[in-house]
Design a protein. Structure first.
Length: 255
C-alpha cells in the first residue's frame, strides 16, 4: 500500500468482519491497515450469508478497531430469488454512485477489490481505469483449498465439482461416479452444498458410498467453531450428524 493515497477503500462480495474464512482474512487485513497508522473503509456488495444465520448489523457499522463498513446490498441476504435480484441491482447502483463520488479524489484513492462478481469487477475496473483511480485486486484463502489441506487427501490430483444435484436419484449416481474416480485414479473429489441441505447430502453419501471409503466434512472453516473431520463411511455412520445443520460445509471423498 505504498504511495500517497489518503483514502483506502475495500470493495468485496464476501462477509465482513466475520462469517467465513474470507471474512476472517479481510478482518486481519483491515486490522493491519489500522495498525500501520492508516484507515480503510469497507463496502459490501452482498448481504451477510452464513448457512441461514443472520447478522445484527445495520446498513452502516464500525468494527472494534475503527474500520467503517457499509452494506450496498440488503444486510441479510434473502433466499427469495426476486429479493436477491433486487438487492443485487440495488448494490450495482450503489457501487456506481460510490465510484462517481470518488472522482474528485481520484489521485488520492486506492481501491482494494476482493472476491467480486464478474459484473461488479467489470464496472469497477473499467470505471477506475478511465478515471485514473488505482485498483489493487488480491486473493485470500479458499475454503476449498483449506479443506483439501486439512483432509489429508491427495493434494496433487483433485477436482472441485461444485454443487451436486438436489434430486436424490441423480445425486446417488453422481456420488457413485465420484467414488469410482477416487478408486481408479486416487483423485480427490470435492463438492459443496447449500447449508440447509447438509443433512440430505450427508445421509445420501452414507447410504451410497462403500463403508471403507473415506469422507471428509470441513465445517465453518476458519471460524471459531471450525470442525473438520475425516474418516471411513462406516465410522461416519456412528457419528452425530445433526451438528452440521445450516453450517457451511465442504465435502471431500478421497484416499
Amino acid at each position: 500500500m505504498s504511495g500517497v493515497s489518503k483514502r483506502n477503500i475495500l470493495i468485496t462480495s464476501s462477509n465482513f468482519p466475520k462469517g467465513s474464512a474470507s471474512a476472517n482474512y479481510l478482518d486481519l487485513f483491515c486490522r493491519g491497515v489500522f495498525l500501520s497508522g492508516r484507515q480503510i473503509e469497507v463496502y459490501l456488495l452482498k448481504g451477510f450469508f452464513l448457512g441461514g444465520r443472520k447478522t445484527n448489523d445495520t446498513k452502516r457499522n464500525i468494527t472494534s478497531y475503527g474500520a467503517k463498513y457499509t452494506y450496498l446490498n440488503i444486510v441479510n441476504r434473502p433466499s427469495n430469488k426476486l429479493l436477491k435480484l433486487s438487492g443485487d441491482i440495488y448494490a450495482f447502483v450503489g457501487l456506481t454512485l460510490l465510484l462517481f463520488s470518488l472522482l474528485g479524489q481520484r489521485r488520492k484513492v486506492t481501491i482494494f477489490a476482493y472476491n467480486n462478481e464478474l459484473y461488479h469487477s467489470i464496472l469497477l475496473n473499467c470505471f477506475c481505469k478511465m478515471a485514473g483511480i488505482k485498483v489493487v485486486t488480491f486473493v485470500g484463502p479458499s475454503s476449498i483449498l483449506l479443506a483439501l489441506m486439512a483432509s489429508g487427501f491427495n493434494g496433487q490430483n483433485f477436482v472441485f465439482n461444485g454443487y451436486l444435484s438436489n434430486k436424490k436419484p441423480e445425486l446417488i449416481t453422481q456420488i457413485k461416479t465420484l467414488e469410482q474416480k477416487v478408486q481408479k485414479t486416487g483423485q480427490t473429489q470435492i463438492f459443496m452444498e447449500t447449508p440447509y441441505r447438509n443433512a440430505f447430502i450427508i445421509e445420501t453419501c452414507l447410504d451410497t458410498l462403500n463403508d471403507q471409503t473415506r469422507l471428509c466434512i470441513a465445517c465453518d472453516i476458519n471460524a471459531p467453531d471450525e470442525y473438520i473431520r475425516q474418516m471411513r463411511v462406516v465410522e461416519w455412520k456412528k457419528a452425530i450428524k445433526g451438528e452440521y445443520h445450516k453450517r457451511p460445509c465442504i465435502y471431500l471423498i478421497g484416499k
